[in-house]
Design a protein around this ligand. Sequence first.
Ligand SMILES: *Cc1c(COP(=O)(O)O)cnc(C)c1O
Length: 388
Amino acid sequence: METPYFILDEKSLIENIMRFKEALEKNWSNSKIAYSIKTNSLPWLLKYMCSNDIFAEAVSQEEYDLAVLCGYNASRIVFNGPIKTEKQFEMAVLNGSIVNIDSQGEIDFLKKKKPVIKGYLGIRVNIDPKIFHDEDVEYSEDGFRFGFADKDGHLENVINDLEKIYGHRNFGLHLHCNTVTRSVDAYQAISKYATELIVKYNLKPKYIDIGGGFFGGVPGKPAADDYISAIRQIFDSVIDVNDTMLIIEPGSALSGSIFDFYTSVLDVKDTLKSRIVTTDGSRINIDPLWIKSRYQYDIINLSKNKIIEDQIICGYTCMDHDRIMRIKNQQELMPGDRIVYHKVGNYTITFGGMFIRYYPEIYVKKTSGEIEMIRHRTSVEEYYNIHN
Ligand SMILES: *Cc1c(COP(=O)(O)O)cnc(C)c1O
């Protein structure tokens, strides 16, 4: 197969899904997994999730419609985020989706229109960053962007507003928080915070949506059961898990570890100060946020050369900062050698845009060993048609 390309390992995907399903079955069987579309929105993956009894979690109308296109019924979509328009919000509520409120506009709309909630409605909570260890989160000064905060009375207002319209306090609580460490401690802190709110406002939530942000398929890191058992233990004191459903929204934990990216060395040369190794994969492909400091990788087809001290692995783009990594004391790379980056499926494939070169191919390695192409390389004509 011609590089660059991604390859998805179906066996790893099945394992990641199984770990979470088993953890939920064991600790909180009244539960649902909703796959975070933004993490990797490849239609093949969404269809796979859909046929494996996994809901979809959308944060835009485009994602919502994509889920429908991939086979999802509205009742199996969790609709989140603060950018829903009135029309989109109403449509999702009337069609039976699980909708978590995250904007003042949604509250105003509910007050005005009082639509019948066919599915479920929940409130995104703006969690106080002080409940976490400092190293677990960012924005501890300014706080998180999403949801309604308790301390300033906003959350209470929302609860009261909804009670006035619908006559109960059974709304779901949406608690997704981006943590840096993905630590079990962070989920314990979130859970504890939620139990305090449940008691304080005498809530009977239909569901607890703990959000995403878990590790999955990464040896040495917490596994599904570590997270879910810790969460269950804390909620046990204030709710009956048979009455309250648990929703989890993993993205990275399902799709991160299952993709490898294959690249080839195109050229090797020395500049005044460095050995520059130009490859046909870019940082855009595997680190579009430009934040990674290391990769899990393997070098294959090595030309069995001598060890050299220092090589800078660069991407195909003509940007000087498209430097993927610096490798020390390794065999000297030559054109045609390959570098494979492992576990690069989250926030990469459908996040990095088309720049200089267009989207590479994606293959899936089936459990049978058979390899199938699930996305072809974007042609110049396709690029032209999108932009013209
Ligand atoms: C991004 C996001 C997720 C998924 O996060 P991962 O770190 O990929 O697991 C889940 N829920 C919401 C609301 C999100 O914004």
